[in-house]
Design a protein around this ligand. Structure first.
Ligand code: SF4
Ligand code: SF4
Length: 194
């Protein structure tokens, strides 16, 4: 059986090798360990490019399910429980857990921003009783400062939704209904994952 440290390292290495972009650990209610996984996603708004977006969603679902199957199998073989929710889960919004696990920070565009991959990310979660410790390991050091000095999403916004350091939902709404995703696209330009 792996020591807790060796198990964490094994899970990280396996997840990255099998197709995840990001891996981190956190705990729900500060007690129950969760493995958070990040996968690349398009910066196209679904209603604007439905076919392309659906195809990419299908591909990332398969990759994420594969990664989670491999990790769950390993955890169960070590005697731990393991169940997971994929990137298509209706269970909930994994963004707060992703931030807690160090996969990104809340960005000025209202999404989770990773300093290397921007906001074009999907998150999946695997729940276990294995002794995994939260791992905020400086993955996001400098991300918030970068976000503060960047402002590309604000410049790109045609609806001026970020005026006066506040987010104006109504300014955004009329543009999102027409398929606007300029704030996501501006942030995702930092990456080469598409
Ligand atoms: S575009 Fe820049 S300011 Fe906007 S969320 Fe991304 S990193 Fe932050
Ligand atoms: S979706 Fe468009 S209008 Fe809304 S905040 Fe983003 S860029 Fe601005």
């Amino acid at each position: 059986m792996h020591s807790p440290n060796a198990l964490e390292n094994h899970i990280k290495a396996t997840a990255l090798q099998e197709g995840a972009l990001l891996v981190g650990f956190t705990k729900i209610r500060r007690v129950d360990p969760v493995i958070l996984l990040g996968f690349p996603f398009t910066d196209q708004w679904f209603l604007k490019e439905p076919l392309q977006t659906a195809l990419m969603l299908g591909k990332e679902y398969s990759v994420s399910k594969h990664v989670q199957d491999v990790i769950a199998k390993k955890l169960r073989a070590e005697g731990y429980t393991a169940y997971y929710k994929t990137v298509l889960s209706l269970y909930g919004d994994f963004r707060p857990l992703a931030v807690s696990a160090g996969l990104g920070q809340w960005g000025r565009n209202g999404l989770v921003v990773n300093k290397d991959y921007g906001s074009g990310l999907l998150f999946a979660a695997l729940f276990t009783n294995a002794p995994l410790e939260p791992s905020i390991e400086n993955q996001q050091q400098g991300c918030q400062e970068h976000c503060t000095s960047c402002g590309q999403c604000i410049e790109a916004c045609p609806g001026k939704a970020f005026t006066n350091n506040r987010f104006h939902t109504y300014n955004c709404l009329s543009y999102t209904m027409k398929g606007c995703a300029e704030c996501l696209r501006a942030c995702s330009k930092k990456t080469s994952i598409h």
